[in-house]
Design a protein. Structure first.
Length: 95
């Protein structure tokens, strides 16, 4: 089954005593019928962590952010729903 979004993963990293972390950026296209949160943006950010990791964290894209505290099972990531519009928050130019 094809995913309804594009996804990009960071390299695995360690931070604040947690090991094996990885960020996932998802970008969504328009849906038909329109999803209930489509007006909020076309990208979301997730954190993956090893099973048993309990992490409090903040995920940000430009000025948009959400805070979480989560006990990871090693399978499912934790993260935002649609957080912002990629085109309005990220530049493709070096400024």
């Amino acid at each position: 089954e094809e995913q309804p979004y594009g996804t990009w993963f960071s390299p695995t990293f360690d931070a604040a005593g947690a090991r094996g972390l990885r960020l996932e950026l998802r970008t969504y296209g328009p849906t038909s019928p329109e999803s209930e949160d489509q007006h909020k943006g076309n990208c979301a950010l997730f954190l993956h962590a090893s099973a048993g990791s309990h992490v409090a964290f903040k995920l940000s894209i430009a000025k948009c952010s959400e805070s979480f505290e989560h006990q990871f099972d090693g399978e499912e990531p934790c993260g935002s729903k649609r957080l912002c519009f990629f085109e309005q928050n990220l530049s493709t130019q070096n400024t």
